[in-house]
Design a protein around this ligand. Structure first.
Ligand SMILES: [Zn+2]
Length: 396
């Protein structure tokens, strides 16, 4: 799956068919729209899943005490048409404090403090070398590029008439987020973008807030609070947690547009940010609560948006289960799904032996279903940390 099956447009004019899929092709707005055929682009959900796999890979590297000195999109083989991602450049791995690597990394992903000090001798104690903190910057840039197809620090601001010096300042001591909420001096000027870069190249049209509240908060930490303060940067595990919850907030675009999926966090009328198509009809939202001590349920700040064919998995019905590489084969199997039938929404029980309709005070057997109604409550598991859902009907 890590090779192009269909290739580029115009009968593969770039000759990429059969070549390795390097990240660059997917993480740039103009490369995507100019060259990749629709089957190779993947949709926004597959890109979100790629960022999840990358975060997971980086979390595991960091847990093993390894930093990746040369994390760039070219070093990540990705497959947006399924959902695989792996870090393939093992040579670039460094163990922090063991030996300084020669590879400094692709400029786009180097942390500002490294760019700022890279003129210093390698033995100079002030020179910042690759570390977990610089990796966290690279990871945030990578996630931002996969979701929005633009670089978070490349805006319209010029710091120096000399191009080399300007690049050093843009990525180093003067680095400034293009979506900084208080300093607008590095905003993207849409007039400077080519048609192929739109709408993604323009943060006014596709702000990072379209990724939902959890990821927006992490982009703020990475590119506002933590840009020049490495200790404030989100960890790979922070990203992993936020992405897992964001996947549950996603809705398919009714227009089946190129973006295909978008985040709906229940704060506005649901509408696809890419094509503008509004969602029509009732939209159930499941708010999760879990048991802490028998009989008492607390909100988990986790919700699931329902769509036709949406699945419930073991990590939805028990707070103790987290979807990561440690899931057993049993925990990867869905336990229920949602279906729209004649204007009403139903949850079908496939494998929840303890499912209980709290509102109607009756057990829901495997194979049976419950109609979703405003304010309805369903117990999904009676186990310790088992989940109770409260249904909310949005868009009514
Ligand atoms: Zn759309």
């Amino acid at each position: 799956h890590f090779f192009f099956a269909h290739g580029s447009v115009n009968d593969d004019m770039l000759g990429i068919k059969g070549r390795e899929k390097v990240g660059k092709w997917f993480a740039s707005a103009s490369n995507r729209s100019k060259f990749l055929v629709a089957q190779e682009k993947g949709n926004w959900l597959t890109h979100l899943q790629i960022t999840l796999m990358i975060s997971r890979a980086v979390r595991r590297l960091h847990a093993a005490g390894v930093a990746h000195s040369d994390r760039s999109y070219n070093n990540l083989m990705v497959d947006p048409t399924s959902d695989g991602a792996c870090i393939n450049d093992i040579d670039g791995l460094v163990v922090p404090g063991k030996f300084p690597p020669d590879v400094v990394g692709t400029p786009d992903f180097i942390a500002p403090e490294m760019v700022e000090t890279q003129h210093l001798d390698k033995t100079d104690p002030n020179r910042k070398l690759p570390s977990v903190a610089t990796d966290r910057h690279a990871l945030a840039v990578l996630i931002y590029m996969y979701l929005f197809y633009r670089h978070p620090l490349r805006g319209s601001k010029t710091h120096d008439p000399d191009a080399t010096r300007d690049e050093q300042l843009t990525m180093g001591s003067q680095a400034l987020f293009i979506e900084n909420p208080t300093d607008a001096s590095n905003r993207v000027k849409p007039s400077q973008l080519s048609k192929a870069q739109l709408p993604w190249g323009d943060p006014e049209k596709m702000p990072c807030s379209i990724a939902g509240p959890l990821l927006s908060a992490l982009f703020q930490r990475a590119f506002v609070d933590g840009l020049h303060d490495p200790h404030q940067r989100p960890s790979a595990s922070d990203w992993e947690n936020a992405i897992v919850r964001t996947v549950d907030l996603i809705q398919p675009c009714p227009n089946k547009c190129e973006m295909g999926w978008y985040v709906f966090d229940n704060t506005t009328r649901p509408k696809c940010p890419y094509c503008g198509t509004a969602y029509v009809g009732k939209l159930p939202v499941l708010n999760f609560y879990s048991s802490r001590h028998s009989g008492s349920y607390h909100p988990d700040n986790h919700r699931l948006m329902v769509w036709d064919g949406q699945s419930l998995f073991p990590w939805h019905i028990n707070r103790a289960i987290f979807p990561n590489e440690q899931l057993t084969p049993d925990q990867r199997r869905r336990v229920g799904y949602f279906q729209l039938h004649q204007g009403d929404w139903y949850l079908i029980n496939e494998n929840m032996p303890q499912m209980f309709d709290v509102t109607a005070q009756k057990d829901v057997a495997i194979g049976a279903n419950v109609r979703l109604t405003e304010g309805g409550q369903i117990l999904l598991s009676r186990e310790e940390r088992g989940r109770l859902v409260q249904i909310q009907m949005a868009n009514v």
